[in-house]
Unconditional design. Structure first.
Length: 79
């Protein structure tokens, strides 16, 4: 699955998807949400609070989180 198949959605939508995968918002700083996971405490994701999150930005955060794009897309479709 390529980057083009990732959804162009708001930052708040992506935060909901990450939360459904066990990630927790630890703070909201300016216009970004910072998330962490209990099993990956040394990984912090930064999701911009924009109307549309760029696919490249989302792809980079997925890479940091160790989440496959297919797995993420499937989770998006469940919400």
């Amino acid at each position: 699955m390529g980057q083009q198949e990732l959804p162009l959605e708001s930052g708040r939508f992506h935060v909901r998807v990450f939360e459904s995968m066990g990630w927790v918002v630890v703070r909201s700083k300016k216009n970004h949400f910072v998330l962490t996971h209990e099993r990956k405490l040394n990984v912090l994701l930064s999701i911009p609070d924009h109307k549309e999150v760029a696919r490249g930005t989302l792809k980079a955060e997925l890479r940091k989180a160790g989440i496959d794009t297919k797995e993420y897309r499937a989770q998006c479709d469940r919400l």
